[in-house]
Design a protein around this ligand. Sequence first.
Ligand code: HEM
Length: 158
Amino acid sequence: MKTLTFNLMSSLIMGIEQGSKRDVPVKLFQQLMEGLISVPINLPFTRFNRSLQASEKIREIVMDLIREKRVALDHQNASPQQDLITSLLSLRNDHNSVALSDEEIVDNAIIIMIGGHDTSSILLTFLIRLLAKDPSVYAGVVQGRQLNEYKKDQMIVN
Ligand code: HEM
């Protein structure tokens, strides 16, 4: 579920699709997350230190993506809605100048990745566990789906 969540977020936030470009950030992001709740001692062998280093590398990756996406936007090879970074890059203020600095875009992209990762992956894990362990929950979901399909059919008929 962590991998699934990370992959979805990579596409939606950073616009990184499957492949080697996504494998590097996966590992770095795991290192970053591991250090979020750790003893804040910054020595070369500590989890905290590894997390800071990973964070620095992720910032560089996101910065590179920002540069790529800006060029793509300038050449009209990208749509402002394709991912969060492109969307933030396209934001303009009242004077029609750029609304967010590159640093602010990096901060926003990373905070959303951190905020959405463990929360969504843990929720999905418990959801699947509950569906697998409790037949009444599974039956309820199936029934709800059938009811929705029935309602949709009714709307089409009417
Ligand atoms: C089951 C899923 C989630 C749960 C249980 C959850 C829970 C929370 C909680 C309790 C807070 C703190 C609110 C506060 O103290 O004011 C929070 C804040 C936040 N969450 Fe989530 N969250 C979930 C999913 C997500 C996702 C998917 C994202 C992003 C894509 C996200 C991004 C954020 C951000 C950016 C904040 C900080 C907001 C702020 O301080 O202005 N969260 N979340």
